[in-house]
Design a protein around this ligand. Structure first.
Ligand SMILES: C[S@@+](CC[C@H](N)C(=O)[O-])C[C@H]1O[C@@H](n2cnc3c(N)ncnc32)[C@H](O)[C@@H]1O
Length: 380
């Protein structure tokens, strides 16, 4: 697992990675050589100054570690803007979580003005200080950065590829019971270790129907953080909608017998692999999103389920073909990348099917165009 053909980080990057590994090792030595995988992921991604997102190591875009929908082209943002324009009322705001490079914010601000929907206040709640700086450089006065959720919010909340970056617990269902997979030091190296699951985690894991494979062991992830986050959004939303856009599945598919090795994935320089202990701080670590768990958290927060669809279906419903059709194919240098990004967003083999759009709301009286066809809310 450790011998992967990945580009070698330079000396400065390796020093940064060693600094974080030492910080994790210190915590392990102080707490009996065990930490949950969720704690490890929290440190690896968000430890101030050292974590992947906190240290500014996160490289979004073609030259970086991964590409998100708004990084591909403005097509995603311009199409989403149509849905938002129909929803926003005068005085409403947009609140984007984890805005990355600020690409989506820039696209939405421009397109909403073009669509005649005005310029609603654009709030960003971003946990990474380094990314906040990058967003400020790009967006200037077009956005406002907030440190915590407003107590009452009217408008649209958005989270694109944020829920998958929240810490998950690593679990193993076996014939002898349910274990929590954690992190320890083994001969000085970060390694997996496990103990019987306990408390809320054991209860939640026990509620999931798992069909054990012939090996008698099924590994996967379980997020406590993402449903808790959604619950907090539900408490803050007075009126409006929440869009969670990410790769993931309803619970039945998430814990499908064929997915017995889970969904954990690491990204380093556009290479995807499964070793979360390789170069901590230099690589992204993600897990797919269990959309059923989010829908349940929403229901418990008295939010209404407004729709759930694959990304391609949602974008087609919102009019992506008209957005692309308004461009001039004769301007090849401009048009060709847009057409290529449409292929990425819509192809079932790329982002079109793996990515989903979940919309939740309170007091929304207009039907959402994005779910007019192919709404799969019943599958959650
Ligand atoms: C994979 S990046 C996606 C960036 C951007 N949304 C995009 O689509 O390009 C994940 C982002 O979520 C942020 N993040 C993670 N957890 C968060 C949370 N609880 N609240 C707000 N932002 C968060 C990270 O700092 C990072 O900006």
């Amino acid at each position: 697992m450790r011998r992967l053909e990945l580009p070698t980080p330079d000396a400065a990057a390796l020093r940064a990675s060693h600094a974080l590994a030492e910080c994790i090792a210190q915590e392990l030595r102080a707490c009996g050589n065990w930490m949950s995988f969720a704690r490890y992921m929290q440190l690896a991604l968000y430890e101030p100054q050292l974590g992947y997102y906190a240290a500014g190591a996160a490289q979004l875009g073609p030259a970086g570690d991964f590409v998100t929908a708004p990084e591909l082209s403005p097509l995603f943002g311009c199409t989403l803007a149509r849905q938002l324009a129909a929803l926003l009322r005068p005085g409403d705001a947009i609140l984007e979580f984890g805005a990355g490079s600020g690409a989506l914010a820039a696209q939405l601000c421009d397109e909403l003005v073009r669509l005649g929907a005005g310029a609603p206040a654009y709030l960003i709640l971003e946990t990474s200080r380094a990314l906040r700086e990058r967003q400020r450089e790009r967006l200037g006065e077009r956005a406002q950065w907030i440190e915590r959720l407003p107590e009452r919010f009217c408008g649209v909340m958005l989270a694109n590829e944020v829920a998958d970056a929240m810490p998950v617990h690593a679990m193993a269902w076996t014939r002898r019971g349910i274990a929590e997979r954690g992190v320890c030091l083994n001969e000085g190296q970060l390694a997996w270790c496990e103990h019987p699951a306990a408390g809320e985690l054991a209860a939640r894991a026990g509620e999931i129907e798992i069909e054990l494979p012939p090996s008698g062991r099924y590994e996967s992830e379980l997020s406590l953080a993402a449903p808790a986050w959604l619950h907090s959004l539900g408490a803050a939303l007075e009126r409006g909608a929440i869009f969670v856009i990410d790769y993931g599945f309803p619970q039945r598919e998430y814990y499908h017998p064929q997915r017995s090795m889970g969904t954990l994935m690491c990204h380093y320089r556009h290479r995807a692999h499964g070793d979360p202990f390789l170069h901590p701080s230099l690589q992204d670590i993600t897990a797919h999103v269990d959309f059923s768990a989010l829908a349940r958290a929403a229901e418990a927060s008295d939010l209404e389920l407004l729709g759930y669809a694959g990304l391609a279906q949602f974008l087609v419903n919102c009019g992506i073909t008209e957005v692309l059709g308004a461009e001039n194919p004769a301007e090849v240098a401009h048009y060709a990348p847009l057409a290529a990004s449409a292929q990425m967003l819509l192809s079932p083999a790329e982002m079109g099917e793996l990515f989903k759009v979940l919309a939740l709301g309170r007091g929304v009286t207009v039907p959402l165009a994005g779910f007019t066809q192919g709404d799969r809310s019943h599958a959650l």
